[in-house]
Design a protein around this ligand. Structure first.
Ligand code: C2E
Ligand code: CA
Ligand code: CA
Length: 260
């Protein structure tokens, strides 16, 4: 008798518990370029799960389950360690490319700061080389708690990016009042065209710049979108137009080609 096994939520939850210790979680890196020069200035780490039976699984499938069950803590620690190691390796190699790591608010609540501080110091990451990305909605959900944790993170010289900006209900004023260093404009906003959205975005970028923060546009897929982001004075852009997320050695080749 043969029974087809399916990747149910239960199965994901169960297999995730041991995924990190079995070496099944890995990071891909997507380049971010300076809008004006096209130079690669950073990469965003995005986790993937190489399941022994189901193959490569995208984070949209398993991160929400991991946040429910608590597996996000081991996955998150792995991603911080991997990101810190990469940032330190590139620092030693004289490569001026920063690393951003996604962090779920669930992680912030438990031991996050201690683990980040230890890893950051052990790997010898220079201030400014590492940024953590937290979604706008997760940051705004509990502002006093977020401010407390984010200030501790900033004390290490680690940057903080507001991910998916424009998808939640918060205003830019609320967001820039937090101890953050970067605003990441969501791809939904990047796709909006028309004079109204252009004017709104222009005012947002203006305010964010006046506060001394950086603006990154994500999900840039076309030359037209790139040109719009350039006109808006976005500092950095990221998206399939530049590159998909790549394994470490491929992103290193990509950067070397662009420099050489
Ligand atoms: P995100 O942080 O907003 O990451 C951007 C997502 O958009 C990535 O999907 C990326 O591959 C995709 N993307 C990049 N450029 C383009 C583009 O030009 N067009 C389109 N259509 N998509 C683009 P991915 O890798 O599947 O990640 C999905 C989400 O999973 C992430 O969204 C993030 O919320 C979460 N995630 C990924 N890695 C981690 C992690 O290590 N920790 C946590 N907590 N969440 C993670
Ligand atoms: Ca992100
Ligand atoms: Ca995002």
């Amino acid at each position: 008798m043969s029974s087809r096994t399916a990747l149910t939520a239960d199965r994901i939850a169960r297999d995730l518990e041991v995924a990190v210790e079995r070496g099944e979680i890995l990071a891909h890196y997507q380049p971010q370029v300076a809008t004006m020069t096209g130079r690669v200035v950073a990469v965003e780490a995005l986790c993937r799960w190489r399941h022994p039976e189901f193959g490569l699984i995208a984070p949209d499938v398993f991160v929400p389950v991991a946040e429910e069950t608590g597996s996000i803590h081991s996955i998150g620690r792995f991603m911080i360690e991997d990101g810190c190691r990469l940032a330190a390796d590139w620092e030693r190699a004289g490569l001026p490319v920063e690393v951003a790591v996604n962090v779920s608010a669930k992680q912030l609540a438990v031991d996050f700061f201690d683990h980040l501080g230890e890893t950051h110091a052990r790997e010898g990451v220079e201030p400014g080389r590492l940024t953590i990305e937290i979604t706008e909605s997760q940051m705004i959900a509990d502002v006093p708690a977020a401010v407390r944790e984010l200030e501790r993170v900033r004390s290490l010289g680690v940057g903080i990016s507001v991910d998916d900006f424009g998808t939640g209900h918060s205003t830019v004023e609320q967001v820039v009042a937090l101890p953050v260093t970067e605003l990441k404009i969501d791809q939904v906003i990047v796709r909006e065209v028309g004079p109204d959205s252009q004017r709104t975005l222009d005012a947002i970028v203006d305010l964010v710049h006046r506060r001394g923060l950086r603006v990154v546009a994500e999900g840039v897929e076309t030359e037209q979108q790139l040109e719009r982001m350039r006109r808006l004075r976005c500092d950095r852009v990221q998206g399939y137009l530049i590159s998909r997320p790549l394994p470490r050695h491929e992103v290193e080749d990509f950067i070397a080609e662009r420099i050489g």
